[in-house]
Design a binder for this molecule. Structure first.
Ligand code: SF4
Ligand code: SF4
Ligand code: SF4
Length: 425
């Protein structure tokens, strides 16, 4: 099996195809701290792409309440369990988070879904990827167990490192919303598993697509995708998945006059928690330094945004700012070793981070670069035992053509309702 470099794991790994990288890579950051679970993103995708017969239970993007929610049900617990069974006690990281963009989270010493295929061998034909096919009933709801908290009445769950979040011990209730879509992975498991080579990664933007003319509905992609974001459609007997809203990314929507536009699920976000981007990647899919690209800044400079289940090995291009109120052991399993530092930085944002956070959802255009114009100090306090200073800086966003898209200030403007409308709410 060829060897490819996975920077999220800090090491090379086996993958069925030779290393290849796109000119730019579709990527996104979702700030979990501000997601209100309204499912507007979910419905924006559904009403655009999956409203036809046979797609009734198909949700290319969904928002699930963690820890219990999942679409399909228990997708992450099941694949984590399979990996653990294949490599008992070995799914661990070594080293520690650092400033090296080639291995920022240390090194994952366990096995990825590509490295234990013998575990799912069927007959004489070993699969290329560890996975499973969810039964129909597990695809019924996009967010079953909505707003179900983890608390003392629940069955105790072991979240790793021996910590039990049973109410007797912690008396702590928590949940959070995890908005998910296809991660347009750098090493897609769906693509690796397709015996028809019907799945391809676009060289221009890294968007992963299923060629509907080539697909014969074997569902190998459904089985292999550890995030379960390839889905089967009975009426066409083919698999379908998120298409990254590629006409918008290509700038085909008249609104942006040829400039790349954010996808439907990103642009519709009520909570303003999503930001999409196209990042420059090197031949080994590590990110090329692009200091004032907002995604590069959030992932590699501020390090507040972390990949979803990096240990699966697909190098997902979806990144999350983890929630502040959830036990670290649970979050570390989901986002890797960088969680503690990411939360600490988010809780005590510095001047630049505070400015970059203002970029989320101010425009439908994809932001390629930002600049900050310093403003006056407007506020000072103590936050979590640390000094916190707020400056009313102006942040300016540019598109891929170098054109200014918008500028906004850190301090939110105050609008005073005219007295003539005082009681008209
Ligand atoms: S998330 Fe799944 S469907 Fe999407 S590219 Fe990765 S492996 Fe394929
Ligand atoms: S990027 Fe487009 S196709 Fe993909 S989940 Fe979002 S809205 Fe749906
Ligand atoms: S639209 Fe935004 S805030 Fe609402 S559920 Fe989706 S990601 Fe969360």
């Amino acid at each position: 099996m060829p060897s490819v470099y996975n920077w999220q794991l800090g090491r090379s790994m086996g993958y069925p195809y030779e290393e290849a990288s796109p000119n730019e890579q579709f990527a996104f950051v979702i700030n979990i701290n501000r997601c209100i679970g309204c499912q507007t993103c979910t419905m924006a995708c559904k009403s655009t792409w999956t409203f036809a017969k046979g797609q009734e239970h198909m949700w290319w993007t969904n928002v699930e309440t963690k820890p219990y929610g999942g679409y399909p049900q228990h997708w992450d617990i099941k694949i984590l369990d399979k990996l653990e069974q294949a490599n008992p006690g070995g799914q661990r990281w070594s080293g520690s988070p650092n400033g090296d963009t080639k291995r920022p989270y240390g090194r994952f010493d366990g096995k990825t879904v590509f490295e234990v295929p013998q575990a799912v061998a069927r007959g004489d034909q070993p699969n290329q990827v560890l996975g499973y096919l969810p039964p129909d009933e597990e695809w019924r709801f996009p967010n079953m167990y909505e707003d179900t908290v983890q608390h003392g009445q629940s069955k105790p769950m072991d979240f790793g490192q021996g910590e039990t979040l049973d109410g007797e011990k912690k008396h702590k209730a928590w949940f959070y919303y995890l908005a998910r879509l296809c991660n347009h992975c750098s090493y897609p498991a769906c693509l690796a598993a397709c015996p028809r080579t019907a799945i391809y990664k676009r060289p221009e933007d890294g968007i992963v697509l299923i060629d509907q003319k080539e697909c014969r509905g074997y569902r190998k992609c459904v089985e292999a995708c550890p995030y379960k974001k390839a889905l089967y459609r009975g009426t066409t007997r083919t698999s379908e998945k998120c298409i990254g809203c590629y006409p918008r990314v290509e700038g085909k929507d008249p609104e942006t006059k040829g400039a790349p536009m954010e996808t439907r699920c990103m642009a519709a976000c009520i909570g303003q928690v999503r930001m999409q981007g196209l990042v420059n990647v090197a031949q080994d899919n590590t990110w090329v330094e692009d200091r004032y690209h907002p995604l590069y800044y959030l992932v590699h400079v501020a390090k507040v945004a972390l990949p979803l289940y990096p240990q699966f090995g697909t190098e997902p291009n979806g990144y999350y700012i983890p929630p502040r109120w959830v036990p670290i052991s649970y979050l570390s399993q989901m986002f890797g070793p960088g969680v503690e530092d990411a939360i600490e930085r988010y809780r005590n944002p510095d001047r630049e981070l505070l400015a970059v956070l203002q970029l989320f959802r101010r425009s439908n255009q994809i932001i390629a670069r930002y600049e900050i114009e310093p403003g006056p100090k407007v506020y000072e306090t103590e936050l979590h035992d640390k000094k916190f200073e707020m400056y009313n800086d102006t942040i300016i966003a540019f598109n891929g053509k170098g054109q200014e898209i918008f500028r906004t200030d850190v301090e939110e403007p105050v609008h005073v309702r005219p007295s003539s409308h005082a009681n008209t709410i």
